[in-house]
Design a protein around this ligand. Structure first.
Ligand code: ME8
Length: 527
């Protein structure tokens, strides 16, 4: 089994912000979960470096586009390890290998009869790098997304005959209702298709910062076609996962076969999940499948569209300047806490507001109290009452509460319900906390006649803690690893996620996973 997940490739016109971290974290949770299943995983992220968004930003800074791209691409690359993302490759659209694939495939699209020369006349947003229809123009000739003045363009360009894919796209949406999720985004894309597709420029004449059109080097390809093809081109030159070039690999201890060096396309294409936010739905849900059909390439399996992280009610965005710095958040709370907060507080697939206050609250009440404290208490009691040794007997009532949990979590993750899966697991973290209160092991410890009960309660808590930690591993990779080590069962494959499967034998003392902090004090995780 193989699993291929992608994030959008991010524009290098500015530094990364929390919105970018969000998608990459979500993709990482998927990648880690699938590695836990023992699948061969390829997780791709990277940067989108051509076109006006980058050329204009470089110009404004008095820099060459390549210089700005080099500087900011490095920042995006550096973000991945900071948020514990295990991407297997980091693609840059200025990679010569990528540029060559773009030229080859778009030449094929032309040879297949889907390209013609025409004149574009209409509105254009240089920030979106998008041609806008009359009904998409806000009052004052403004871009509805970026609130910048749209330009009026008249340009002789090569066109992609998108309109001829109207029927094939409608058929695709009829046959594959899970092609785009959530359902509201599927409906949105389908209604856009049904409203009638217009052909789109495939090349730009005015611009020089892009991939040259091989049959007419006066033109460069329109940046969106160049960018979308990254999902496909990367597989032709990325090193095999596990070769240690980027952060990823089959580190979850599952995968047995390693794909050989060389072309990974046969192993990983079609992509299983493209993760994006709703701002770039149309490019991915309409242009991308049409382009692949035109090139005769198999379509990806699913596009999952998440919502916006909002600050003060508006989309966080570089151009709007209301950006929360993920690096600062990590310094203050640690990368596990950031990953947890974003996927727990904002229901994945919907818009949601983020704030430092709600971050602190989740950190204290859920990470430090519900989970961290449960771990510390359980381990401390086993050390104190049983010198670290754990008995064999488990409580059947609690086992029943955990029955089917691993499968349920997998099912939800298959549907990219990342918040739903986390809710399921957290329900069991809370169940374990209630169990401690109900059983009051400190009282059992005072009564020698109840020694067997104490053994059973402590064993049950240790096992419950192990199971939730295996399942939480994709979300909280660092702290679950420390906890599983302390429980002496480092195996975190999904096959061990059933209650009673991996029995803890003995435990070691553990530093607090999420130390409580005083106001203003950094809460970074202990090294
Ligand atoms: O659109 N909330 O790049 P980009 C949630 N280069 N997610 C957010 C977000 C927010 N406030 N802000 C950004 C581009 N994102 C193109 C993509 S793909 C072939 C080319 C995330 O730098 C989200 O994933 O503007 C969104 O789709 C992406 O960053 C846009 O990044």
């Amino acid at each position: 089994m193989s699993f291929y997940v992608t994030t959008p490739i991010y524009y290098v016109n500015a530094a990364p912000h929390l919105g970018h971290a969000y998608t990459t974290i979500a993709a990482d949770v998927l990648a880690r979960h699938h590695r836990q299943r023992g699948e061969q995983v390829f997780f791709l992220t990277g940067t989108d470096e051509h076109g006006e968004p980058v050329a204009d930003a470089a110009h404004a800074l008095g820099m060459q586009p390549q210089e700005l791209a080099d500087r900011n691409s490095e920042r995006f690359r550096a973000l991945a390890p900071r948020i514990a993302a295990t991407n297997d490759f980091f693609i840059r659209t200025t990679d010569p290998e990528h540029m060559q694939v773009v030229q080859e495939i778009l030449t094929r699209v032309r040879d297949n009869g889907h390209v013609y020369m025409g004149t574009y006349e209409g509105w254009y947003c240089p920030r979106c790098a998008d041609f806008k229809a009359e009904n998409e123009v806000d009052e004052g000739e403004l871009c509805p997304i970026h609130h910048v003045k749209l330009t009026r363009e008249q340009e002789d360009n090569y066109f992609f005959a998108l309109s001829s894919f109207q029927e094939p796209l409608e058929r695709l949406y009829a046959e594959r209702e899970d092609f785009v999720a959530p359902r509201s985004r599927y409906n949105e894309a389908l209604s856009f298709i049904r409203s009638g597709l217009r052909d789109v420029p495939l090349s730009r004449h005015k611009l020089t910062w892009g991939v040259p059109v091989p049959w007419d080097p006066e033109h460069v390809f329109y940046v969106w076609f160049d960018a979308l093809l990254n999902y496909y081109s990367a597989l032709s030159y990325a090193p095999a996962p596990g070769s240690g070039v980027e952060g990823g690999s089959g580190v979850e201890g599952g995968g047995t076969e390693q794909p050989g060096a060389g072309d990974l396309t046969a192993t990983f294409w079609p992509a299983d999940v493209h993760l994006i936010a709703k701002d770039i739905l149309r490019f991915h849900a309409v242009y991308w499948p049409a382009l692949l059909m035109a090139a005769g390439i198999e379509l990806p399996r699913k596009l999952f569209v998440h919502g916006y992280l909002l600050m003060d009610g508006e989309k966080m965005s570089k151009s709007l300047g209301n950006v929360l710095d993920p690096f600062e958040a990590i310094d203050r709370f640690g990368s596990d806490a950031l990953r947890f907060y974003l996927l727990r507080d904002v229901s994945f697939g919907q818009d949601g507001s983020v704030s430092t206050a709600s971050f602190e609250q989740r950190y204290e009440s859920e990470l430090a109290n519900d989970y961290g404290n449960l771990a510390s208490r359980t381990i401390a009691m086993i050390v104190r009452y049983r010198e670290g040794t754990v008995g064999d007997e488990l409580d059947s009532a609690l086992a029943a509460d955990f029955a089917g949990l691993g499968e349920r979590v997998s099912e939800l993750i298959d549907g990219v319900q990342l918040t739903g899966a986390l809710d399921e697991i957290w329900g069991r973290v809370r169940r374990l906390n209630r169990y401690v209160e109900e059983q009051a092991p400190w009282r059992l410890a005072k009564d020698p006649a109840r020694a067997a009960d104490l053994d059973r309660v402590l064993g049950t808590l240790a096992e419950g803690l192990r199971v939730v930690s295996v399942l939480l591993h994709p979300y909280l990779p660092d702290s679950t690893e420390r906890l599983l080590d302390a429980l002496g069962v480092p195996d975190r494959t999904l096959a061990t996620a059933d209650f009673g499967q991996g029995k803890v034998q003995s435990v070691r003392a553990l530093e607090p996973l999420f130390p409580k902090k005083d106001a203003g004090e950094p809460a970074g995780q202990p090294a």
